[in-house]
Design a protein around this ligand. Structure first.
Ligand code: SAH
Length: 489
């Protein structure tokens, strides 16, 4: 197959990157923006030996699952990969992503179930058929349906817009998929409308006062990104320009323009003078108000600093945390670890039903937020420690002279790369009864579940069920909450 060849292809599958997959002339085609069920005429853009990338020339017969995109930039912008697939089908697709990872990477045999109740004995230990090894060789794990949203738009509470100078003006938006080519977007349909007002005010401040955007190629210029975070329950908005330097000119004009927008109560500068892809630098300088905002989850108030992790979809976060709490099966007597605890959100959820909770997090600002959050919610049975979870738990000390007590339940919520094998080893040697694994990447989840299930040093853990939660509609990402139980009971 050659570049610019035109072929007709039926789309039978979908990739995480949002490409439709079909076959033509013995070759697998990845067709950008095509949806399962489409029949399209496609132009080959990048031919390889056994596969090729292609673009739609014409949709000959649209898929019944095709819906119009809400955003005019949906096809160019790298954020939404599936806006043209019906939401119902997105959820089925995400369940399949989790299933494939559990089977192919984890080596498990997956049984799909409509609800946990269908698996009657899941609370009473492992059901006999779950302990068995199925014909395909793997242990059986139950896969529940993806919990989706009723209204899957305007759900995000955080945006980091790259800022550039274009045609004599400052522009902000998002990068096209896998590039650093800016697609100007003012009103992203995943974010609240207030973001576009903030962007407009900020970009016009830059142009009025000649504040230069940062240029990646030369490393010159000032403004790199604009970070906006909103507490959906409180309406509080934090605006944080990320700059190559330590100050901005005409700060008064900037704060005046931004505070004219209802909700904006915190303005900080984040300093990032390093070349490279990391968005935030180490230092944050407050300009106005507190250098954090607050939000409410599960009836508790949380303080969130610019550098701290906070889930981006608050309504689904409550759904996810309820799943984590349910999986933890607390009675009030347990010692619980919340590893990768961020600002302590899951820890405080757990603390209400546990004896003691120990949270570990690597970002010092987040640990400070976590301590503050425990205090402001009057929760005393939680303890937070800063450090790499794998290091502290392997050492058996949360801090010098503070030994890790034996946990009954361990909650893990690592970033996309999953857990360090040394952490899995250390948790297995502590031997908690249950492990709750909250994951934002099915591939690393499956890899880590396999490590927990293997026989060897320490206890082995059987994944009882996996519950995916759709935290990121229209993107290829899927969150999951898995319950693992100690095989020895
Ligand atoms: N459970 C929290 C945070 C989850 S995100 C919540 O639901 O909000 C993952 C967190 O792990 C981030 O806060 C990140 O800073 C932290 N992290 C990354 N690597 C880590 C490590 N090796 N040890 C401890 N925390 C780590």
């Amino acid at each position: 197959m050659n570049k610019n060849d035109i072929v007709t292809v039926s789309i039978e599958d979908f990739t995480r990157e949002g490409e439709g997959v079909g076959r033509a002339e013995g070759c697998t085609l990845f067709v950008k923006d095509a949806v399962i069920g489409d029949v399209v005429r496609a132009r080959i853009t990048r031919p390889k030996k056994t596969y090729a990338y292609a673009r739609i020339e014409e949709i000959i017969a649209p898929s019944p699952d095709r819906v119009p995109a809400r955003c005019p930039e949906a096809r160019r912008c790298g954020g939404c990969r599936m806006q043209e697939l019906s939401y119902e089908k997105q959820l089925l697709f995400k369940r399949k992503l989790v299933r494939d990872a559990l089977e192919r990477i984890g080596g498990f045999s997956v049984r799909e179930a409509g609800s946990l109740e269908e698996c009657s004995s899941f609370e009473g230990g492992l059901a006999p058929d779950m302990e068995s090894t199925s014909s395909s060789g793997g242990q059986e794990v139950l896969l529940l349906p993806v919990l989706g949203m009723k209204e899957p738009f305007r759900y995000r509470n955080k945006a980091q817009y790259p800022v550039e100078r274009r045609e004599g003006r400052s522009e902000a938006g998002f990068y096209a998929g896998r590039t650093h080519s800016l697609i100007p977007v003012r009103d992203c349909v995943l974010l609240n409308e207030v973001n576009s007002r903030i962007l407009t005010a900020f970009l016009s401040y830059m142009d009025t006062y000649g504040v230069p955007a940062y240029d990646e190629a030369s490393g010159r210029g000032t403004v790199r990104h604009l970070l906006i975070r909103e507490g959906f329950s409180t309406g509080e908005i934090l605006v944080c320009p990320v700059i190559n330097g330590r100050s901005l000119p005409h700060k008064k004009a900037l704060t005046r323009a931004l505070t004219a927008i209802p909700g904006v109560c915190s303005i900080s500068l984040n300093c990032n003078e390093k070349r490279g892809n990391a968005i935030l630098g180490e230092e944050t300088i407050p300009l106005l108000g507190n250098p954090w905002i607050t939000d409410v989850l599960g009836g508790m108030t949380f303080r969130i600093s610019p550098r701290s992790f906070y889930q981006v979809n608050p309504s689904q976060t409550e759904v996810l945390y309820a799943e984590a709490l349910r999986a933890a099966g607390l009675t009030g007597e347990e010692v619980v670890y919340d590893l990768y605890c961020g600002i302590g959100t899951i820890s405080l959820y757990l603390a209400r039903g546990a004896k003691e909770v120990y949270g570990v997090e690597i970002v010092p600002d987040a640990v400070r937020d976590a301590g503050e959050n425990a205090a402001r919610n009057g929760i005393e049975n939680v303890h937070f420690y800063v450090g790499a979870a794998e290091k502290l738990v392997s050492l058996g000390e949360f801090a010098p002279g503070v030994p890790c007590p034996r946990p009954d339940v361990v909650v893990l919520d690592p970033p996309r790369k999953g857990c360090d094998p040394s952490l899995i080893k250390a948790v297995r040697s502590f031997g908690p009864k249950r492990i709750v694994y909250v994951s934002c990447d099915p591939a690393t989840l499956a890899r880590d579940l396999k490590l927990f299930a293997s026989s060897g040093e320490g206890e082995s853990y059987h994944p009882v069920y996996v519950r995916p939660v759709d935290m990121f509609p229209h993107t290829g990402h899927v969150e999951s909450c898995a319950l693992l139980k100690r095989v020895s009971g």
